[in-house]
Design a protein around this ligand. Structure first.
Ligand code: 13P
Length: 253
Protein backbone atom coordinates (compact mmCIF):
# COMPACT_ATOMS: atom_id res chain seq x y z
CA UNK A 1 0.00 0.00 0.00
CA UNK A 2 1.39 3.39 -0.90
CA UNK A 3 1.64 6.11 1.72
CA UNK A 4 -1.16 8.67 1.59
CA UNK A 5 -0.26 12.23 2.54
CA UNK A 6 -2.55 13.19 5.43
CA UNK A 7 -4.93 16.13 5.23
CA UNK A 8 -5.98 18.43 8.03
CA UNK A 9 -8.88 20.57 6.89
CA UNK A 10 -10.62 23.27 8.91
CA UNK A 11 -14.31 23.82 8.23
CA UNK A 12 -15.01 27.31 9.52
CA UNK A 13 -18.75 26.99 8.88
CA UNK A 14 -20.57 30.35 9.33
CA UNK A 15 -17.84 31.89 11.49
CA UNK A 16 -15.28 34.71 11.18
CA UNK A 17 -15.29 38.06 9.43
CA UNK A 18 -12.72 38.70 6.71
CA UNK A 19 -10.38 40.39 9.20
CA UNK A 20 -10.73 37.55 11.72
CA UNK A 21 -9.99 35.07 8.97
CA UNK A 22 -6.72 36.83 8.12
CA UNK A 23 -5.78 36.86 11.79
CA UNK A 24 -6.43 33.12 12.08
CA UNK A 25 -4.40 32.04 9.03
CA UNK A 26 -1.57 34.37 10.04
CA UNK A 27 -1.61 32.71 13.45
CA UNK A 28 -1.34 29.29 11.78
CA UNK A 29 1.52 30.47 9.56
CA UNK A 30 3.59 32.15 12.23
CA UNK A 31 2.92 29.32 14.66
CA UNK A 32 3.77 26.63 12.12
CA UNK A 33 5.92 27.88 9.23
CA UNK A 34 6.90 24.36 8.09
CA UNK A 35 4.07 21.87 8.49
CA UNK A 36 5.92 18.86 7.04
CA UNK A 37 4.30 16.09 5.05
CA UNK A 38 0.66 17.10 5.42
CA UNK A 39 -1.87 18.95 3.28
CA UNK A 40 -3.48 21.78 5.25
CA UNK A 41 -6.77 23.20 4.00
CA UNK A 42 -9.15 25.85 5.33
CA UNK A 43 -12.77 26.25 4.26
CA UNK A 44 -13.90 29.86 4.78
CA UNK A 45 -17.40 31.15 4.06
CA UNK A 46 -17.98 32.13 0.39
CA UNK A 47 -17.49 35.85 1.05
CA UNK A 48 -13.95 35.35 2.34
CA UNK A 49 -12.81 33.07 -0.49
CA UNK A 50 -11.26 35.68 -2.83
CA UNK A 51 -9.60 37.55 0.06
CA UNK A 52 -8.21 34.33 1.53
CA UNK A 53 -7.04 33.09 -1.87
CA UNK A 54 -5.15 36.33 -2.36
CA UNK A 55 -3.74 36.36 1.15
CA UNK A 56 -2.63 32.71 0.97
CA UNK A 57 -1.11 32.82 -2.53
CA UNK A 58 2.40 32.03 -1.30
CA UNK A 59 1.24 29.78 1.50
CA UNK A 60 1.09 26.03 2.08
CA UNK A 61 -2.54 26.40 3.12
CA UNK A 62 -5.04 25.28 0.48
CA UNK A 63 -8.58 26.63 0.19
CA UNK A 64 -11.90 24.85 0.09
CA UNK A 65 -15.39 26.23 -0.39
CA UNK A 66 -18.05 24.87 1.96
CA UNK A 67 -20.64 24.25 -0.73
CA UNK A 68 -21.48 24.81 -4.40
CA UNK A 69 -24.54 24.69 -6.63
CA UNK A 70 -24.72 21.80 -9.08
CA UNK A 71 -25.33 24.05 -12.09
CA UNK A 72 -22.49 26.22 -13.42
CA UNK A 73 -24.73 29.27 -13.83
CA UNK A 74 -28.39 30.27 -13.92
CA UNK A 75 -31.31 31.73 -12.04
CA UNK A 76 -30.54 30.36 -8.56
CA UNK A 77 -30.74 33.39 -6.27
CA UNK A 78 -28.33 33.27 -3.36
CA UNK A 79 -26.27 30.35 -4.65
CA UNK A 80 -22.66 30.04 -5.85
CA UNK A 81 -21.57 27.71 -8.64
CA UNK A 82 -18.48 25.55 -8.92
CA UNK A 83 -17.30 27.81 -11.69
CA UNK A 84 -17.53 30.84 -9.39
CA UNK A 85 -15.93 29.03 -6.48
CA UNK A 86 -13.01 27.98 -8.66
CA UNK A 87 -12.74 31.52 -10.00
CA UNK A 88 -12.66 32.83 -6.41
CA UNK A 89 -9.53 30.75 -5.78
CA UNK A 90 -10.73 27.51 -4.17
CA UNK A 91 -9.20 24.18 -5.18
CA UNK A 92 -11.39 21.99 -2.98
CA UNK A 93 -15.06 22.00 -2.06
CA UNK A 94 -16.93 20.36 0.80
CA UNK A 95 -19.95 18.48 -0.55
CA UNK A 96 -22.84 16.97 1.40
CA UNK A 97 -21.93 18.13 4.89
CA UNK A 98 -24.50 16.79 7.35
CA UNK A 99 -25.57 20.37 8.15
CA UNK A 100 -26.42 20.81 4.46
CA UNK A 101 -28.27 17.49 4.44
CA UNK A 102 -30.14 18.33 7.66
CA UNK A 103 -30.94 22.05 7.31
CA UNK A 104 -30.98 22.50 3.55
CA UNK A 105 -32.58 19.21 2.52
CA UNK A 106 -29.67 17.97 0.44
CA UNK A 107 -30.31 14.45 -0.75
CA UNK A 108 -27.76 11.93 -2.02
CA UNK A 109 -29.05 12.66 -5.54
CA UNK A 110 -28.34 16.40 -5.19
CA UNK A 111 -24.96 15.59 -3.66
CA UNK A 112 -24.13 13.39 -6.65
CA UNK A 113 -24.85 16.32 -8.98
CA UNK A 114 -22.61 18.54 -6.84
CA UNK A 115 -19.79 15.97 -6.96
CA UNK A 116 -20.01 16.01 -10.77
CA UNK A 117 -20.09 19.83 -10.80
CA UNK A 118 -16.94 19.83 -8.65
CA UNK A 119 -15.00 17.66 -11.11
CA UNK A 120 -16.37 19.60 -14.08
CA UNK A 121 -14.85 22.75 -12.55
CA UNK A 122 -11.52 21.19 -11.51
CA UNK A 123 -12.37 21.27 -7.83
CA UNK A 124 -11.48 18.33 -5.60
CA UNK A 125 -14.62 17.34 -3.70
CA UNK A 126 -14.53 16.50 0.00
CA UNK A 127 -17.57 14.22 0.19
CA UNK A 128 -19.06 14.10 3.71
CA UNK A 129 -20.92 11.00 4.82
CA UNK A 130 -22.05 9.68 8.17
CA UNK A 131 -24.94 8.28 10.16
CA UNK A 132 -27.19 9.86 12.79
CA UNK A 133 -27.38 8.48 16.32
CA UNK A 134 -30.76 6.86 15.61
CA UNK A 135 -29.36 5.15 12.53
CA UNK A 136 -26.39 3.84 14.54
CA UNK A 137 -28.69 2.58 17.29
CA UNK A 138 -30.84 0.79 14.71
CA UNK A 139 -27.71 -0.98 13.39
CA UNK A 140 -27.92 0.78 10.03
CA UNK A 141 -24.40 2.21 9.78
CA UNK A 142 -23.22 0.07 6.86
CA UNK A 143 -26.50 0.50 4.95
CA UNK A 144 -26.38 4.30 5.33
CA UNK A 145 -22.70 4.59 4.43
CA UNK A 146 -23.22 2.21 1.51
CA UNK A 147 -26.12 4.27 0.14
CA UNK A 148 -24.38 7.62 0.61
CA UNK A 149 -21.37 6.30 -1.30
CA UNK A 150 -23.31 4.46 -4.01
CA UNK A 151 -25.65 7.36 -4.83
CA UNK A 152 -23.16 10.14 -4.10
CA UNK A 153 -20.63 8.62 -6.50
CA UNK A 154 -23.08 7.38 -9.15
CA UNK A 155 -21.47 7.63 -12.62
CA UNK A 156 -18.22 9.05 -11.23
CA UNK A 157 -15.44 7.29 -13.15
CA UNK A 158 -12.37 5.72 -11.51
CA UNK A 159 -9.75 8.33 -12.51
CA UNK A 160 -11.90 11.06 -10.96
CA UNK A 161 -12.70 8.99 -7.90
CA UNK A 162 -8.97 8.51 -7.26
CA UNK A 163 -8.68 12.25 -6.47
CA UNK A 164 -11.67 12.22 -4.15
CA UNK A 165 -11.47 13.05 -0.47
CA UNK A 166 -14.06 11.49 1.81
CA UNK A 167 -14.89 12.75 5.28
CA UNK A 168 -16.60 10.33 7.64
CA UNK A 169 -18.50 12.52 10.08
CA UNK A 170 -20.91 10.70 12.38
CA UNK A 171 -23.66 13.28 12.87
CA UNK A 172 -23.85 12.57 16.61
CA UNK A 173 -20.19 13.54 17.05
CA UNK A 174 -20.37 16.92 15.31
CA UNK A 175 -20.13 19.89 17.66
CA UNK A 176 -21.23 17.72 20.57
CA UNK A 177 -17.84 17.05 22.19
CA UNK A 178 -18.64 13.33 21.71
CA UNK A 179 -15.89 11.80 19.61
CA UNK A 180 -16.44 8.39 18.07
CA UNK A 181 -14.28 5.70 19.67
CA UNK A 182 -11.16 4.74 17.70
CA UNK A 183 -12.62 1.27 17.04
CA UNK A 184 -15.86 2.76 15.66
CA UNK A 185 -13.90 5.15 13.44
CA UNK A 186 -11.57 2.49 12.05
CA UNK A 187 -14.50 0.11 11.38
CA UNK A 188 -16.34 2.67 9.25
CA UNK A 189 -13.18 3.87 7.49
CA UNK A 190 -12.36 0.26 6.57
CA UNK A 191 -15.91 -0.22 5.34
CA UNK A 192 -15.54 2.87 3.13
CA UNK A 193 -12.20 1.61 1.78
CA UNK A 194 -13.69 -1.81 0.99
CA UNK A 195 -16.74 -0.26 -0.71
CA UNK A 196 -14.43 1.86 -2.88
CA UNK A 197 -12.33 -1.20 -3.72
CA UNK A 198 -15.41 -3.13 -4.81
CA UNK A 199 -16.56 -0.27 -7.03
CA UNK A 200 -13.25 1.01 -8.39
CA UNK A 201 -10.57 -1.57 -7.58
CA UNK A 202 -7.77 -1.56 -5.05
CA UNK A 203 -5.60 1.13 -6.61
CA UNK A 204 -8.30 3.78 -6.53
CA UNK A 205 -9.47 2.72 -3.06
CA UNK A 206 -5.90 3.04 -1.84
CA UNK A 207 -5.48 6.53 -3.29
CA UNK A 208 -8.62 8.07 -1.76
CA UNK A 209 -7.96 9.95 1.46
CA UNK A 210 -10.56 9.30 4.13
CA UNK A 211 -10.78 11.93 6.87
CA UNK A 212 -12.54 11.68 10.20
CA UNK A 213 -14.64 14.59 11.47
CA UNK A 214 -16.56 15.13 14.69
CA UNK A 215 -15.20 16.87 17.80
CA UNK A 216 -11.55 16.43 16.74
CA UNK A 217 -9.32 18.38 19.14
CA UNK A 218 -5.68 18.35 20.25
CA UNK A 219 -6.44 15.90 23.06
CA UNK A 220 -7.80 13.16 20.76
CA UNK A 221 -6.26 13.85 17.36
CA UNK A 222 -3.13 11.70 17.74
CA UNK A 223 -5.13 8.62 18.65
CA UNK A 224 -7.52 9.09 15.72
CA UNK A 225 -4.94 10.08 13.13
CA UNK A 226 -2.75 7.05 13.70
CA UNK A 227 -5.54 4.60 12.84
CA UNK A 228 -4.61 2.62 9.68
CA UNK A 229 -7.48 3.86 7.50
CA UNK A 230 -7.67 7.43 8.79
CA UNK A 231 -5.85 9.82 6.47
CA UNK A 232 -6.58 13.07 8.26
CA UNK A 233 -9.30 15.12 9.87
CA UNK A 234 -12.05 17.58 9.00
CA UNK A 235 -12.10 19.88 12.00
CA UNK A 236 -14.89 22.26 12.97
CA UNK A 237 -14.69 24.15 16.27
CA UNK A 238 -11.00 23.49 16.97
CA UNK A 239 -10.02 24.88 13.54
CA UNK A 240 -11.07 28.36 14.67
CA UNK A 241 -8.22 28.58 17.19
CA UNK A 242 -4.73 28.70 15.66
CA UNK A 243 -2.95 26.91 18.56
CA UNK A 244 -5.45 24.04 18.56
CA UNK A 245 -5.40 23.68 14.78
CA UNK A 246 -1.59 23.68 14.82
CA UNK A 247 -1.54 20.93 17.48
CA UNK A 248 -3.87 18.84 15.33
CA UNK A 249 -1.69 19.36 12.25
CA UNK A 250 1.38 18.36 14.25
CA UNK A 251 -0.24 15.17 15.42
CA UNK A 252 -0.07 13.77 11.86
CA UNK A 253 3.72 13.68 12.09
P1 13P B 1 -16.67 19.85 15.12
O1 13P B 1 -15.20 19.56 14.99
O2 13P B 1 -16.97 21.20 15.68
O3 13P B 1 -17.38 18.72 15.84
O4 13P B 1 -17.28 19.86 13.64
C1 13P B 1 -16.97 18.83 12.77
C2 13P B 1 -17.43 19.18 11.40
O5 13P B 1 -18.62 19.25 11.14
C3 13P B 1 -16.42 19.45 10.38
O6 13P B 1 -16.99 19.52 9.12
Amino acid sequence: MRKRIPIIAGNWKMHLTAAEAVQLVDGIHYGLPFPGDVDVIVAPPFLSLPGMANHLRESYIGIAAQNLHFEDQGAFTGECSGKQVKDAGADYVIVGHSERRQYFAETDEIINKKIKASYRNSLVPILCIGETLEERERGEVSAIIGRQLAVGLLDVPGPEAARLIIAYEPVWAIGTGKTALPGQVEDVHRLIRVSLALKYGGLVADAVRILYGGSVKPSNSKELLTLPNVDGALVGGASLKAPDFIEIIKSTG
